[in-house]
Design a protein around this ligand. Structure first.
Ligand SMILES: C[S@@+](CC[C@H](N)C(=O)[O-])C[C@H]1O[C@@H](n2cnc3c(N)ncnc32)[C@H](O)[C@@H]1O
Length: 244
């Protein structure tokens, strides 16, 4: 498939495969006929207001990075019809699942980037996103691969530019060391506050946070996820320094 955009970037690759099994004729049809309507075109100039990316009356825009099979993205879109949901996922089999749900459920508030979310982050207007979900990012457990982990101080600085002051960022992982390096990255990134008053705040999901496929597998294999929520407080000084 044609790459979703050609904006050059030198981000180290944070995801694994882009393709799985051969797609069925129906799935190929969804890619050919539905994706062009939903895909965000980074070749176009960014809108002044990200809500205009949606045909519906979106009051806010939320972003899910690495939606996998899309079950969380779809749940949020169904439960928040007044919010525009952008989902980024380079794995095409997952993208097709979201296209299928959009068609069968008639969802009007989903746009998709079938590619690296960092490209979108550099394109979006300042202060345009009110909530971000990063659920079970690829763990890259081997030390020599840690540089591939998505959550880093550099990533958080890139993200900060597009966050509205007061925006919430939700991060889940079943890998203790990923939680540790992420918390260190957040602590080193001015403007983010961890919203945890006690252990239940990171041991349990909030009711508006449905499980994902990866999470269910992790639990079945005996790993206990952590659920981290952060608030972007905004900081004029920090935003000036954030790379575009
Ligand atoms: C371990 S899977 C988890 C999928 C899903 N969130 C879940 O919990 O079931 C991580 C996903 O993040 C995607 N991913 C990794 N790096 C990404 C990036 N830079 N931009 C967008 N998605 C990314 C991968 O393709 C993969 O599907």
């Amino acid at each position: 498939m044609e790459e979703a955009n050609k904006v050059p970037h030198d981000d180290i690759r944070s995801f694994g495969r882009r393709h799985g099994r051969k797609l069925s004729a129906r799935q190929q049809g969804l890619l050919a006929n539905v994706l062009p309507r939903l895909r965000i075109d980074l070749e176009q100039p960014p809108p002044e207001n990200a809500t205009s990316l949606f045909a519906t009356d979106a009051k806010d825009v939320w972003l899910e990075i690495g939606f996998g099979g899309g079950e969380h993205l779809i749940w949020q879109a169904e439960h928040h019809p007044n919010v525009g949901l952008i989902g980024c996922e380079p794995y095409l089999d997952g993208v097709v699942k979201v296209l299928d749900a959009v068609e069968t459920k008639g969802l009007k508030n989903i746009r998709v980037l079938p590619d690296d979310a960092r490209r979108l982050l550099r394109w979006l207007p300042d202060q345009s996103i009110s909530r971000v979900f990063i659920l079970f990012p690829d763990p890259w457990p081997k030390k020599r691969h840690w540089k591939r982990r998505l959550v880093s101080t550099q990533f958080l600085a890139t993200l900060a530019r597009v966050l509205k002051p007061g925006a919430e960022l939700r991060l889940a992982t079943d890998i203790g060391d990923y939680a540790r390096t992420s918390l260190l990255a957040f602590r080193a990134s001015p403007g983010y506050a961890w919203l945890a008053a006690g252990p239940s705040d990171w041991r349990e999901r909030t009711p508006d946070w449905p499980p994902t496929r990866y999470e269910q597998k992790a639990i079945a294999q005996g790993r206990r996820p952590v659920y981290l929520r952060f608030r972007w407080l905004g900081s004029a000084q920090f935003e000036q320094k954030a790379p575009k």
